[in-house]
Ligand binder design. Structure first.
Ligand code: PGA
Length: 249
């Protein structure tokens, strides 16, 4: 079985000073555990600080977003290469806030996935339905459509892609999917991957949406859930430590 991934999405929180505080506090108590990997996605301006303080630890740093072009006149944007130069080795792609607040399309999401693979970085492709879509029974159609950007990815690149299922109605609302409901969608994602990409078993599928210390263990008890992507509950080093140690103590 592949390692469990614990990914923290800090969104627009923790500039370089707060990142220093977080890293020093967290790393002071953090002990790597076999079979578990910890990834942090700070805001762009804090990537360098986070990467420097992560140093030789096994904590991986990622970007929350990148632009698909390698360079050029794109004011306000950051290429995969720039993120990598700052210390990021992964990036979120297609997070629901990118899709719904900033109007990012599937096509743009697909270009970002390819730009990251070209830069030898790990794309964490986020997919998930809104509450309206869920109530209309469209969850699996929406998720499959969003996964479509992975069709045709070459076999040697597939292993470095991570998918995160994040139902939009569960993000930041305190209302998480039940472990069983999440596992059902994860199974459907796995099936889609089996049909459309080669060697899908090497890909991890994370769950995100109101994950906290109190529900991580039960989510990870589902075989189909290979890790968690955590927003609000990852901002405090103590709460994040509890999440990455869930089920160990
Ligand atoms: P949340 O956010 O844990 O605050 O619900 C998760 C995410 O948006 O990645």
């Amino acid at each position: 079985m592949s390692d469990l991934i614990f990914a923290a999405n800090w969104k627009m929180h923790h500039g370089p000073s707060a990142t220093r505080w977080f890293m020093e506090t967290f790393l002071n108590s953090y002990r790597p555990a076999s079979g578990r990997r910890v990834w942090l996605f700070p805001p762009a301006a804090s990537i360098d600080m986070a990467a420097q303080l992560a140093g030789e630890s096994d904590v991986r740093i990622g970007a929350q977003n990148i632009h698909w072009e390698a360079k050029g006149a794109f004011t306000g944007e950051m290429s995969a290469a720039i993120a990598r130069d700052a210390g990021a080795t992964a990036a979120l792609v297609g997070h629901s806030e990118r899709r719904h607040v900033f109007g990012e399309t599937d096509e743009e999401t697909g270009r970002k996935v390819r730009a990251l693979l070209d830069a030898e970085m790990i794309p964490v492709l986020c997919v998930g339905e809104t509450i309206d879509q869920r109530e209309r029974g469209q969850t699996l159609d929406v998720v499959r459509r969003q996964l479509g950007v992975l069709a045709g990815i070459s076999p040697d690149q597939v292993a470095s892609i991570v998918v995160a299922y994040e139902p939009v109605w569960a993000i930041g609302t305190g209302r998480n999917a039940t472990p069983g409901d999440a596992a059902d969608v994860h199974r459907a994602i796995r099936e889609w991957l089996s049909d459309h990409v080669s060697e899908p078993d090497r890909m991890s599928i994370l769950y995100g949406g109101s994950v906290k210390p109190g529900n991580t263990t039960e989510l990870l008890a589902e075989r189909e859930i290979n890790g968690v992507l955590v927003g609000g509950a990852s901002l405090d080093p103590g709460s994040w430590l509890e999440i990455v140690r869930s089920g160990l103590d």
